[in-house]
Ligand binder design. Structure first.
Ligand code: CA
Length: 417
């Protein structure tokens, strides 16, 4: 409540929605501020979206400006769905354009997809993260496709990053193709329309802190031609495409509305799924090598020890490491995708961060403070629908709804109301 020196004026009091106090006997009017509209959570409705031909191991999705949906499937490739018609554009046999070097194995194959921010205005570029056997050893690549004018065919392909680490041979910790990362997202700030690429540690102890290619356990930030973006801030001697390093397996990348700051979500080992706000040149502090106190098969300590002896963020080795803003209650439940909610349709959730959890089978809502540290978290439900599934991809669509891909081969549209 605030007291204003003012003539006794009913008009002023009414205009301010105020209560008039002691009118006639005082030179002050007491103004009660308008009661704020309570911040309420949206009411969610889940729709299962039918994709002609069905989905098999869907991994990521994106939208063209005309509303058409792009979907990747790990072993099939890239499809476009528009007007209820699905076209297999690029990838395995059966696609309009077969990529002879594309394959899937283990966790790898056709993973992330992103659409150029200038799609339709200056180009028709779409970007894919995929496993390629064009080299020995095999690598993950970022491939840029130019779509035809009707968006129903691929006109050309340019491989803009060819040296992302791929686990070529199985070891004590699992088969080939593990921990490739794979998410692709463009920055949202006007000065940050660069492509961010999440990569993984391949069960290789040396990769996350390695300054050079093959690039694994990193977030790359590149131009549409695959060159290092300006301002990456990688330490001297590091590959200039590296934006941050010291990560385990980056499968969630999201940008905070307003600031545009990038956040990543990472799957922990037997503990400590993490969400981290990134800083240019930052070290995520994951270093699964040289832990003499631990038994580390094949030189990889990533599954040895615990949150103290093999931390997701080692602040002893790396005092300046980026601290996580949220850790999943000391557990690892398969943290994967991440997406910020944006728009008044989300009511009190506008600007909050969603993360998807695979083994934990849920979507979690995080409230972040200005520094990116979680102050609250809760599990997202749609009324009595617990939205339980292994969550593979999260993306807010151009209609303002949330789109979700699950390992149950479903596409959900979650509509706020
Ligand atoms: Ca970390």
């Amino acid at each position: 409540m605030k007291r204003l020196p003012t003539p006794c004026s009913a008009a002023l009091a009414l205009a301010a929605g105020a209560a008039l106090a002691a009118c006639g006997g005082s030179s002050e009017v007491t103004i009660t501020p308008p009661t704020p509209v309570p911040a309420v959570a949206p009411t969610l409705t889940r729709e299962v979206v039918s994709v002609p031909g069905g989905l098999s191991a869907p991994w990521d999705l994106a939208f063209l400006p005309d509303g058409a949906m792009l979907i990747t499937e790990r072993c099939a490739g890239l499809s476009i769905v528009r007007g209820g018609v699905r076209t297999r554009l690029f990838g395995a046999a059966g696609s309009q354009t077969v990529a002879a070097d594309f394959f899937c194995e283990g966790q790898s194959g056709m993973l992330g997809v992103a659409v150029d921010p200038d799609f339709g205005a200056a180009n028709r570029f779409v970007y894919l993260f995929m496993a390629s056997n064009a080299t020995v050893p095999r690598r993950n690549r970022v491939v840029r496709l130019a779509l035809g004018a009707d968006h129903l065919r691929v006109e050309s392909r340019a491989d803009i990053v060819e040296d992302i680490a791929f686990k070529d041979v199985g070891n004590a910790h699992g088969g080939a193709g593990a921990h490739s990362g794979g998410r692709l997202r463009f920055g949202i700030a006007a000065a940050d329309r660069y492509l961010y690429v999440g990569t993984g540690d391949n069960h290789d102890g040396t990769l996350p802190q390695s300054p050079a290619a093959p690039l694994g356990g990193k977030v790359l930030r590149i131009t549409r031609d695959g060159a290092a973006a300006p301002g990456n801030g990688a330490p001297a001697g590091f590959d200039a495409r590296i934006f941050t390093y010291g990560h385990r397996n980056v499968q969630g990348i999201a940008f905070r509305p307003g600031s545009g700051r990038p956040f990543v979500a990472e799957h922990g080992p037997n503990h400590s799924d993490e969400v981290t706000a990134l800083v240019p040149g930052g070290n995520g502090g994951w270093d699964p090598q040289n832990r003499p106190a631990l038994a580390c098969a094949d030189g990889y300590c990533g599954y040895a020890g615990n949150a103290t002896t093999m931390p997701m963020t080692d602040t002893v080795r790396f005092p300046a490491a980026m601290r996580p803003g949220w850790t999943n209650s000391g557990a690892s439940q398969g943290l994967g995708p991440a997406a910020f909610l944006s728009g008044s349709q989300w009511k009190a959730w506008d600007g909050r961060l969603l993360v998807g959890i695979m083994a934990g089978s849920r979507i979690e809502l995080l409230t972040l403070d200005a520094a990116g540290v979680a102050t609250a978290n809760s599990t997202v439900t749609a009324g009595n629908d617990p939205l339980r599934a292994r969550i593979r991809s999260l993306l807010q669509g151009p209609d303002g709804s949330l789109y979700v891909l699950t390992d149950s081969n479903q596409l959900w549209r979650i509509v706020p109301g």
